[in-house]
Write a protein that binds this ligand. Structure first.
Ligand SMILES: [Zn+2]
Length: 94
């Protein structure tokens, strides 16, 4: 069992809904409420939000992470629209 780095209390395992439908294992301190994500959890979050673009028939494409596809129940052939906000590209499910 891990102990809280702040108050040394034993940590409890918990699941945190990081994004709607996306759960990550965390260690929570029942005393001070501090939350720690383990390496695997951190990797899950990192994988969730980081993708590389690739060439698909002359267009630049990007894969939507499975966690997001599952959480939003996106199907192949789903219609989407884009909006651009400063350096952000927002994909809206139509
Ligand atoms: Zn603590």
């Amino acid at each position: 069992m891990t102990s809280c780095p702040i108050c040394k209390n034993p940590m409890k395992k918990d699941l945190k809904e990081y994004e709607p439908g996306v759960f990550v294992k965390v260690d929570v301190c029942p005393k001070c409420g501090d939350e720690w994500v383990d390496k695997k959890g951190y990797q899950t979050i990192y994988n969730l939000f980081n993708r590389k673009t690739f060439n698909a028939g002359g267009s630049i494409a990007v894969r939507i992470p499975k966690e997001i596809v599952d959480a939003l129940r996106i199907k192949e052939g789903q219609k989407v629209s884009f909006s651009v906000e400063k350096k952000k590209v927002i994909i809206n499910i139509v």
